[in-house]
Write a protein that binds this ligand. Structure first.
Ligand SMILES: Nc1nc2c(ncn2[C@@H]2O[C@H](COP(=O)(O)OP(=O)(O)OP(=O)(O)O)[C@@H](O)[C@H]2O)c(=O)[nH]1
Ligand SMILES: [Mg+2]
Length: 640
């Protein structure tokens, strides 16, 4: 094999503040609500969502109950302790280790039998166990009844029923944890002994455990409705069968984009207008205060302008896109996308789960790269990592939206305008998706040769998303987080660009020198020096590409102020833009190097300089190649 062996991640250190702190591991099958229980207890915000495999690493937080501090460790989901994938190994090793004092096994009340298998396996390796039967509300609505006292008796360990997102049973859970931690309640020694004795015959062990799990489940679970998941199955058929699955997916994609574009339009303009007025006011005030001309210019035309463009261009689409995306995720739609695209990824020699990491890339490519840990095979993980950048993250969406609206679909203000923009955007995204397939295939035929592995992706039940919570969570955790990151990058970048645009060397500003330097290559690609320079300086975050471009053009033109897309377009036209420039700008936006945060994440995940470089080179070469080809074709067919 050509690729380097993966190295193990850094060792996890439990953050105990006092030796008396009790360390509680939260284990369980994927997607049963471990992170939800964890968040509820610690007040933290671990990523949750309705698909298996969200948590890929250990997270810890503390909670205090009856004057005792507990350190909770949220583990990745695992179906069994016979570790297959990196994250299952992480879970098993932690439960095993002396670091963990007690294990809470979180179970899904609607599929108890399968969950009990893991409970029994955990009871084989550790004594202090509390079973938390979560999702009780969902079981109730599906008319599934569970006899919890009976379950407790059969297992010989404390059992508590909870509904994490409804905050039910959390107090009882902590009480059970306290009692076990302080030895007030102990596991039934006969049960533990019986389970351990199974170790003696490993051949039979697996089946013996499965039998036991099924026998216990039979005694405690009653289904009061035979077809309790009929509606789910009908919906699943609609969302995943050949004739309707993909069309519905495209329609959903289109509507999400349309909502984003149409909804972002007005607030974007309002924000831009507000920032302009405030900027004018700042100018007046600082002049009255007698601020030096160059300082005033640097702060207002440099720093302030870049910051305000980043906010007014980025904030509205993000504040709409993130919540819608999270709602779909919580509803359970993402695994259905993976199911629909599985065939195509298999054909490309990659893993179907790559569809999930690709979807995460829409939010942030760095998050998508970390998410590739759900892929077991190192070869397929690398393919998913190198190609993640072909779907545009939230920093790149606004660039696409702005360019499409200005050059291809007319005014955004009209309904048809925004619908056309959404259709165009969908095409651009699909182009990224096809490139993902194509490049994955290329990689698996060349550098990363191997057979695609098979996997079973579970389709989780559809769950009603917690709408209020999702909106609050995605605005505060994601939108503001990304915006903050953009701003701390944009502020120094704004200053740097201002300096570059104002410091003269041999009669030219530094900015002009850089622009001239990259101009020949840029022209070849149908762009210009300013655009290419903006992409290069935008390495820390794509969010700042447009502001840099604006400053680059402004420093050499007479237009000094603008607040709308129309004025922006005018600025671009004055600088020689045509529809072809716009087209190449779109192409280069989806095909170029990942931002520095993503590159750093790739390095951390792969521990390989070579593959970090590959992740830089593959999309960049694609971009250079495709844009040059576009120019060539346009000339050949006399389109320009
Ligand atoms: N209705 C209901 N939904 C829940 C409950 N607990 C969790 N959920 C939802 O179930 C989904 C999965 O929850 P997570 O906490 O992410 O599950 P997890 O076990 O950490 O999943 P992995 O990290 O993928 O193993 C999310 O959409 C939660 O909102 C519950 O008690 N009732
Ligand atoms: Mg989790």
């Amino acid at each position: 094999m050509v690729y380097e062996e993966e190295q193990t991640a850094d060792r996890f250190v439990v953050d105990k503040q006092a030796p008396t702190d009790q360390v509680i591991a939260l284990a369980g099958n994927p997607n049963v609500g471990k992170s939800s229980v964890f968040n509820e207890l610690t007040g933290m915000r671990q990523h949750t969502g309705n698909w298996p495999g969200k948590t890929v690493d250990l997270a810890q937080g503390t909670t205090t109950y009856k004057n005792q501090r507990y350190v909770l460790v949220d583990l990745p989901g695992t179906y069994s302790l016979i570790a297959h994938s990196a994250e299952e190994e992480v879970a098993r090793d932690f439960i095993h280790s002396p670091d963990s004092d007690l294990t809470v096994v979180v179970c899904d009340a609607t599929s108890l039998e399968r969950n009990l298998n893991l409970v029994l396996q955990i009871m084989q390796i550790t004594e202090k166990v509390v079973v938390c039967v979560n999702l009780m509300d969902e079981a109730r609505s599906k008319k599934i009844a569970i006899d919890l006292p009976k379950l407790q008796e059969l297992l010989g360990v404390p059992v508590v029923g909870t509904s994490a997102v409804k905050k039910e049973g959390i107090e009882e859970l902590m009480e059970a944890v306290r009692q076990v931690a302080f030895g007030e309640v102990a596991s039934n020694p006969y049960m533990l002994e019986a389970l351990r004795s199974l170790h003696e015959d490993p051949e039979k062990e697996v089946f013996a455990l499965l039998d036991q799990a099924s026998s216990i489940a039979k005694q405690v679970v009653t289904y009061r409705k035979a077809d309790y998941d009929q509606r789910d199955r009908q919906l699943d058929k609609l969302l995943t069968q050949k004739s309707t699955g993909i069309p519905i997916m495209l329609l959903l994609l289109l509507s999400v984009f349309w909502f984003t574009i149409e909804g972002a339009n007005v607030p974007s303009d309002l924000l831009a207008d507000m920032f302009n007025r405030f900027g004018d006011w700042l100018l007046v005030v600082t002049t009255q205060l007698g601020m030096t001309k160059w300082l005033q210019d640097m702060l207002i035309n440099g720093l302030y302008k870049v910051l305000s463009t980043v906010i007014s261009v980025m904030l509205p689409p993000m504040a709409i896109f993130f919540p819608i995306f999270t709602l779909l995720e919580d509803f359970g739609y993402l695994p259905r996308v993976a199911f629909n695209l599985d065939k195509h990824f298999q054909k490309a020699g990659a893993c179907g789960k790559q569809a999930l990491t690709m979807c995460m890339g829409f939010g942030c490519n760095a998050a998508g790269v970390v998410g590739t840990r759900i892929i077991d095979s190192p070869r397929e993980r690398l393919i998913a990592t190198v190609t993640n950048n072909f779907v545009p993250c939230n920093g790149r969406f606004p660039i696409l939206i702005a360019v499409i609206t200005m050059f291809f679909t007319g005014s955004q203000a009209s309904l048809t305008g925004s619908l056309l923009s959404a259709i165009f955007l969908t095409f651009v995204i699909l182009l990224g998706v096809f490139t993902t397939f194509y490049v994955s295939r290329l990689l698996s035929n060349t550098l990363l040769k191997g057979m695609p592995s098979s996997f079973t992706l579970e389709l989780p039940p559809f769950r009603k998303p917690q709408i209020g919570q999702v909106i609050v969570r995605s605005i505060f955790d994601r939108t503001l987080f990304v915006l903050w990151r953009a701003m701390i990058v944009a502020a120094p970048a704004g200053l740097l660009i201002w300096v570059m645009a104002n410091v003269h060397v041999s009669g030219q500003t530094i900015l002009q020198w850089v622009t001239y330097f990259v101009d020949p290559l840029a022209q070849l690609m149908g762009l210009d020096g300013t655009i290419l320079m903006a992409f290069i300086l935008g390495l820390p975050a794509n969010e700042i590409v447009i502001p840099i471009m604006i400053m680059g053009y402004l420093s050499s033109s007479t237009i000094t102020d603008f607040s709308s897309l129309a004025e922006f377009k005018q600025l671009l036209l004055t600088n020689g833009w045509t529809w072809l420039t716009a087209m190449n700008m779109l192409l280069f936006t989806i095909y170029h190097w990942p931002c520095s945060t993503t590159l750093l994440t790739i390095y951390k995940e792969t521990k390989s300089v070579k593959w970090t470089w590959m992740s830089f080179i593959v999309p960049t070469l694609t971009g250079v190649g495709v844009t040059i080809l576009t120019i060539f074709l346009a000339r050949m067919f006399h389109l320009v």
